[in-house]
Write a protein that binds this ligand. Structure first.
Ligand code: ACO
Length: 439
């Protein structure tokens, strides 16, 4: 493969297939940030070959203006703004506006956006009845998947994905209703009455209210916990083309309605290699039990035959500290301080585990660092959430990112149905043999 340059940067790469007279001129595309990207759209037409990239680690599946990650430097930007600045200074709904529309809102824009979202926080009363159909011990992710997908039955006009106003209303509905669905999934599992949303509260506070409040008691706000919740939501709001976002885009590329697409994203998020990791971290810490058991656990992780992973460590893109993990660790200390928890064995165990892993050549040589999930579970546990609610909380926050990515995709004139190819390694063509002649 060779390249043509213009100024400092190459403009084309040329791929030559040895032994044939076929070459492909691959334009090199430049983003605002990040490495150049070889455009292989004409590769097959020019050479007859196509590419093999299981897990798509080397493939840009779309053009996007929403989120940028520099995995080597540990940088995460939403629409250009560093995640630490947003986590410190912004609010979740402001970030939602930023992700959806590309800019932080003016005061007037925020007021209108806030009103636009909050007027959709209630669920149709028929939706409320769905919950009764689930077993009490149903995993809340199963409930979220089912209820969010079912919303399309209540908003049939949402199938008009080519209508910009319908798309926007669907986005508002999803961002507004997902806290209500998530909180009710929790209430259902505990047997407590569902609390209806309160539009006088902030997005994060309203969610905490629907989770924690009970009708006979006055609800007491806690600004520190509200801030922590808001920050957790901001940190999880978007993360470019990860597995669940790519799932939303793939489903959306067929023209499926947004509620169905977000339900697909929730399903993809559920797995322990993705959003399920925060739940898996607490399970892992519980199994390790004591810091004396860390060396044996680390030895098991390093044993190729064990299939045990250090959950909350490693990332497909970050080969440095996940910037969200640092903010999570700080938030964790703040929340425990506010709650008066001076001694949290799980946090102490996690910090010791992190220290040992960051000193171990196995993790250092593979550039495995703590990711966002390493500390989030400890905070959520301290805030009173059961472990099964950790991944639903992630889904709640990520709904804003998913729907922003979906909106961007639908409006992109170059978008077409997502349809990967394969390297076929099955049987070559053969003829059918009748059953009496097989054996
Ligand atoms: N513990 C132990 N070893 C690990 C870990 C880990 N957590 N993560 C990666 N490795 C090892 C792999 O075994 C592999 O080793 P090898 O080169 O000897 O074969 C090497 O590091 C490279 O790892 P890959 O599996 O190729 O990395 P990939 O990019 O495919 O996977 C993933 C990324 C899925 C996140 C992985 O690191 C993992 O499973 N981590 C634990 C689960 C987790 O925390 N997920 C949350 C991710 S963040 C999020 O979704 C919000």
């Amino acid at each position: 493969m060779s390249s043509t340059t213009e100024g400092a940067r190459a403009t084309h790469a040329t791929l030559t297939i040895p032994g044939s007279n076929k070459t492909a001129e691959l334009p090199l595309l430049n983003g605002t940030l990040g490495p150049q990207v070889a455009d292989i759209r004409k590769l097959q037409a020019q050479t007859g070959i196509f590419t093999f990239d299981p897990g798509y680690g080397e493939t840009a599946s779309c053009e996007s203006k929403i989120t940028y990650i520099d995995g080597d430097e540990g940088v995460l930007l939403y629409r250009g703004y560093p995640i630490d600045q947003l986590a410190e200074k912004s609010t979740f709904l402001e970030v939602a506006h930023l992700l959806l529309y590309g800019e932080l809102p003016t005061a007037a824009e925020f007021e209108s956006f806030n009103r636009g979202v909050t007027m959709h926080t209630m669920l149709h009363e028929q939706v409320r009845r769905f919950f009764d159909g689930f077993r009490r011990d149903a995993h809340p992710m199963a409930v979220l998947c089912g209820v969010v997908g079912a919303l399309s039955a209540f908003y049939p006009e949402s199938v008009n994905v080519n209508d910009a106003r319908e798309r926007e209303i669907s986005a508002f509905r999803l961002i507004a209703k997902i806290p209500t669905i998530t909180a009710w999934a929790h209430k259902y599992s505990t047997g407590q009455p569902f609390m209806y949303p309160r539009n006088d509260l902030s997005y994060a506070e309203n969610f905490l209210y629907m989770i924690n409040a009970v009708p006979p008691e006055p609800y007491r706000k806690n600004p520190i916990l509200e801030r922590a919740m808001d920050r957790i939501l901001i940190l999880h709001a978007d993360h470019e083309q990860n597995a669940s976002t790519s799932t939303v885009r793939l489903a959306g590329s067929t023209g499926a309605n947004p509620f169905a697409c977000i339900a697909a994203g929730i399903a993809a998020l559920w797995g322990p290699a993705h959003g399920g990791a925060n739940e898996a971290v607490l399970k892992m810490l519980g199994e390790i039990g004591h810091k004396d058991n860390i060396p044996a656990f680390i030895a098991e992780v390093k044993d190729k035959n064990s299939h045990t992973k250090l959950m909350g460590f490693g990332h497909r893109v970050y080969k440095n500290f996940d910037p969200r993990a640092k903010i999570m660790q700080q938030t964790c200390h703040e929340v425990l301080g506010e709650l008066g928890i001076k001694h949290e064995p799980l946090l102490e165990l996690a910090m010791e585990l992190e220290k040992i892993a960051l000193d171990d050549d196995y993790f250092v040589s593979r550039k495995l660092y703590p990711n966002v999930d390493f500390y989030s579970g400890i905070i959520l546990k301290a805030m009173g959430f059961p472990t099964t609610m950790f991944t639903p909380l992630f889904a709640l926050a990520r709904t804003t990112g998913w729907i922003s990515q979906w909106m961007e995709m639908i409006a992109d004139p170059s978008q077409r149905i997502g349809r990967p190819r394969q390297l076929y390694t099955g049987a070559p063509r053969r003829d059918y043999v009748s059953i009496d002649q097989r054996g």
